[in-house]
Design a binder for this molecule. Structure first.
Ligand SMILES: *Cc1c(COP(=O)(O)O)cnc(C)c1O
Length: 340
């Protein structure tokens, strides 16, 4: 099976399994797990932040950010197609009691002037704007890389009003490898950052949330409240460390494979590749074919390939380390056959 549904489907590599086996562990609620401590220190250093916290998932990291930065009844500005807004089961409102204020962006990038205009002034009718969220790479925009200048401009607006900026950087390392901008440079225009170890980096479990020391102290308590205080979690942190050491540079291979797929799809009659493919996500629109999304996916599956439905006419393909160059050729051949 060639699995292009997501980069979350990757299984831990041999070195990750070995690292898990050999990990030194302790009770992390007592902060006695040396492997977790090492992962958190490594991640904080890579991002240029004071401290970091190992959390169970990207969603948990984003929720902890909202819970820590905001109070119930506050408002958070985010992009209208943000993962937090679309795909986290409304947890900003359900858990943090935060109302979302969506702004439509261009390939995931909100206009700084529109962000500024959305910031609430003091008025008895208004909630308090207490968070601005950005997403890099932007999932729903097809893995688009947020320009550093956009992040910088939004950060300056946020600074002016003293509102923290949280980066949902589930695929921040993809952005970095594609653009040549370091994760540290991106993180410099944020207050807090979440990134996933369990996507392109290939680890089985977990995300990192990073920020100031005092933010992470509070975040740690929120993680505990959410039931995310884990014990000998070095077992799952060790593969995360391996991901950071061994799997960052190779994201370029996923991006090259994605480009190849996109170029191939664009040459198949009827298929429309939505937007530029900058990283490891390809969105293919089927509206000019005779196939529905369901029919296309079913035919694909019969050929041993799986991808994801992504809206009424759109299929999402995500390259990952389980997908080889040969697989790319195979997928193009099979898709050509299906669409014809
Ligand atoms: C996957 C993803 C998340 C959530 O991560 P999980 O580990 O699946 O909870 C958050 N934001 C973006 C942009 C994502 O792609």
């Amino acid at each position: 099976m060639i699995d292009l549904r997501s980069d979350t489907v990757t299984k831990p590599t041999e070195s990750m399994r070995l690292a898990a086996y050999q990990a030194e562990v302790g009770d992390d609620v007592y902060r006695e797990d040396p492997t977790v401590n090492q992962l958190e220190e490594t991640a904080a250093e890579m991002l240029g932040k004071e401290a970091a916290l190992f959390v169970t998932s990207g969603t948990q990291g984003n929720q902890i950010a909202a819970l820590t930065h905001c109070r119930p009844g506050d408002e958070a500005i985010l992009e209208a197609n943000a993962h937090i807004f679309l795909y986290e089961a409304a947890s900003f409102s359900a858990l943090a009691g935060v109302q979302s204020r969506p702004i439509i962006g261009d390939r995931g990038a909100m206009k700084p002037s529109e962000v500024e205009a959305a910031i609430r002034v003091e008025d008895i009718h208004f909630p308090r704007t207490s968070l601005i969220c950005i997403e890099n790479t932007h999932n729903k925009a097809g893995g688009a890389v947020l320009p550093l200048e956009n992040m910088e401009a939004i950060y300056h607006v946020a600074e002016k009003y003293q509102i923290p900026v949280h980066l949902d950087g589930a695929r921040l390392f993809n952005a970095s490898v594609a653009s040549g901008v370091s994760v540290k440079e991106y993180a410099a225009f944020t207050d807090t950052v979440q990134f996933c170890l369990s996507k392109g980096l290939g680890a089985p479990v977990g995300s990192i949330i990073a920020g100031s020391k005092s933010f992470i102290e509070q975040a740690r308590k929120w993680r505990k409240r959410l039931g995310g205080g884990l014990r000998q979690s070095g077992i799952i942190a060790a593969p995360g460390l391996v991901g950071l050491r061994e799997n960052v540079e190779r994201l370029a291979d996923d991006h090259a494979n994605a480009k190849k797929l996109a170029d191939g799809f664009a040459n198949i009659n009827g298929l429309i590749v939505e937007g530029e493919v900058e990283t490891n996500i390809i969105l293919v629109n089927l509206k000019n074919t005779e196939l529905s999304v369901e029919a296309f996916l079913e035919k694909l599956q019969i050929q041993g390939i799986v991808a994801g439905a992504y809206g009424s006419n759109t299929i999402r393909f995500v390259t990952n380390y389980g997908v080889t160059k040969d697989d790319v050729e195979t997928v193009l051949k099979k898709v050509q056959m299906i669409v014809r």
